[in-house]
Write a protein that binds this ligand. Structure first.
Ligand code: ATP
Ligand code: MG
Length: 532
């Protein structure tokens, strides 16, 4: 077993709303909490708190009671923050929905989570209404935040709620057990699962991340990663608000707008996923912008290649760091603190209040932490106050993932050094078995990304003519460069052990990725299956 090198932090027994907003000083109230990137409109901490309280009142006036579930289908805007924290203030459980979902996917999540209300914005209202109808919700149960309002089109709007002047409800619940949110996992390995996270889970993860991520009062944080995904929800929305920092919201990633907003608002701390690192390291647009205000860029959600990260550091002139987490961990369990120099191919130290162990996937035996150097790889298990209550409506998946003693199986293979530095090797499920040898797709992807001819890449295991699993690379060629199949094979073969060679290559226009920045290997696999 190993744990954080940091002392434990106190996790107050508070609701998320009270933790973030009960103790705002006069000074804090006037500070900027949120800036809407596209319009430049600003919300102070007072605006945010008061509007959230008004939303809580409006939700209670509709008859919604603690424990009821509401769906939130909304890209990153200040209104997301207002409604999210208003619903939590009313004791409701928020199921955040991916804004790229189709009506069928939205309906599936609404049905699975038994949502009683769906809150959205006008660009997504059509799909939202179709989904709501499918699950038997009335038009009045679809709230269109920026819409014309209930009197005009039957859908309540945020303005209706803010002007209704309903008193905030008097709600009481136990933060340790009351469900705050039901985010769904990214669905990278299969169907997305509803993850039950309590108020305590969310409060704990903010308290645990704060000392490690070193975000401060004066930081201006660009919120481009979606708030609906647990990374954006905890590390952007809740952590930044807990520090009384400012968040600049971006509804979707667009490199030009991303760079322009950093420049315009003098953003200091950027949280990204690896696809944005690829753009920051390689895209010509970056040259035309003054990004000197940025002190740290932090990557999570998928493996960051160290060479790529260092290229970003050099080009932007800032520190690049990495962390690790998953929806089931609220999400953070590991991070490299900005002020500490640790290898960028690691995910740094275990967070405070968190214990880990590594299990040999073949034998289930615990792997020893060495006195010196790096351990053997094993499945990472994590225990701490950020571990989920379980999967919704899925006791089997829950008991497969959570041990009776509180340890959660991450499904990721990792190593740890004698100093407590953790490195994620690969997902257990993604490892390619070539003639009995294990090949990690992430390692080959990192290697290929180091080629100037490669703009992007993904590797999966496919069956060759003899039914043997072999690594196959999907490659996007850097514009203006030339690269053929032999070139790809040779580049890899010159740099790895023979069993790790890429044995199949396909050139593509783009790599399928989720909006939280993960390579959708299942889409590539489906494509392969479609060919058979
Ligand atoms: P699903 O569980 O539905 O298949 P998912 O696991 O991708 O999808 P998330 O909870 O969003 O859904 O992602 C957690 C996973 O992301 C981790 O289990 C791990 O595999 C991966 N991950 C996150 N951060 C890192 C990182 N820094 N390095 C490597 N992998 C990471
Ligand atoms: Mg997962």
């Amino acid at each position: 077993m190993f744990r954080s090198p940091y002392p434990d932090v106190e996790v107050p027994n508070l609701s998320v709303f009270d933790y973030l907003f009960a103790q705002l000083s006069d000074d804090d109230l006037e500070r900027t909490a949120l800036i809407d990137g596209p319009s430049g409109a600003r919300w102070s901490y007072r605006d945010l708190r008061d509007q959230a309280v008004a939303v809580a009142g409006a939700l209670a006036a509709r008859g919604l009671r603690p424990g009821d579930v509401v769906g939130l289908l909304c890209p990153n805007t200040p209104a997301f923050a207002v409604v999210f924290h208003g619903a939590l203030r009313a004791g409701l459980t928020v199921t955040t929905i991916n804004s790229l979902y189709t009506p069928d996917e939205i309906a599936a999540q609404l049905a699975d989570s038994s949502a009683r209300l769906l809150i959205t914005v006008s660009p997504l209202a059509q799909g939202a209404s179709a989904a709501a109808e499918k699950v038997g919700l009335e038009p009045g149960d679809v709230v269109v935040l920026d819409g014309p309002g209930e009197a005009a089109d039957g859908h309540p709007s945020l303005r209706d709620w803010l002007t209704a002047g309903q008193p905030a409800p008097d709600v009481r619940f136990d933060p340790a057990t009351h469900l705050a949110v039901l985010p769904y996992s990214s669905g990278t390995t299969g169907l997305a699962k509803g993850v039950m996270l309590t108020h305590r889970n969310l409060v704990a993860n903010v308290a645990q991340s704060a000392p490690t991520l070193e975000m401060v009062h004066d930081d201006v944080v660009l919120a481009v990663l979606p708030f609906f995904h647990i990374y954006g929800m905890t590390v952007l929305l809740n952590l930044a608000l807990s520090q009384r920092a400012a968040l600049v919201t971006m509804p979707r990633f667009d490199l030009e707008q991303f760079l322009a907003l950093v420049e315009q608002h003098r953003c200091t701390y950027l949280f990204i996923a690896p696809p944005i690192a690829v753009a920051l390291a390689k895209h010509p647009l970056v040259e035309g912008h003054d990004l000197a205000s940025v002190h740290t860029i932090f990557s999570g959600a998928a493996p960051l290649d160290a060479a790529l990260g260092h290229a970003v550091e050099a080009r932007i002139g800032c520190r690049m760091k990495q962390g690790y987490g998953m929806t089931e961990l609220s999400p953070v369990s590991h991070a490299i603190p900005p002020s500490v120099d640790l290898p960028l191919d690691s995910v740094g130290y275990t967070l405070p209040n968190t214990e880990c162990k590594l299990l040999d996937p073949a034998t289930g035996e615990e792997i020893a932490v060495p006195d010196d150097g790096e351990s053997a790889p094993g499945e990472l298990l994590v225990r701490g106050p950020q571990v989920m209550a379980g999967y919704l409506n899925n006791p089997l998946a829950t008991s497969d993932t959570l041990e009776p003693d509180g340890f959660l199986h991450t499904g990721d293979i990792a190593t740890v050094t004698s100093e407590g530095v953790v490195r994620i090797v690969e997902r257990l499920k993604e490892l390619i078995k070539y003639h009995g040898y294990q090949v990690a797709p992430a390692e080959l992807e990192a290697l290929l990304l180091s080629s100037p001819d490669v703009a992007d890449v993904a590797v999966i295991g496919v069956r060759d003519e003899d039914g043997e699993e072999v690594p196959k690379a999907y490659v996007v060629v850097q514009p203006g460069h030339e690269l053929d199949e032999q070139g790809v094979r040779d580049y890899v073969a010159a740099r790895v052990a023979p069993h790790k060679k890429v044995r199949k290559v396909e050139f593509v226009e783009a790599i399928p990725k989720s909006s939280s920045g993960k390579i959708l290997r299942k889409d590539l696999r489906a494509r392969e299956a479609g060919r058979l």
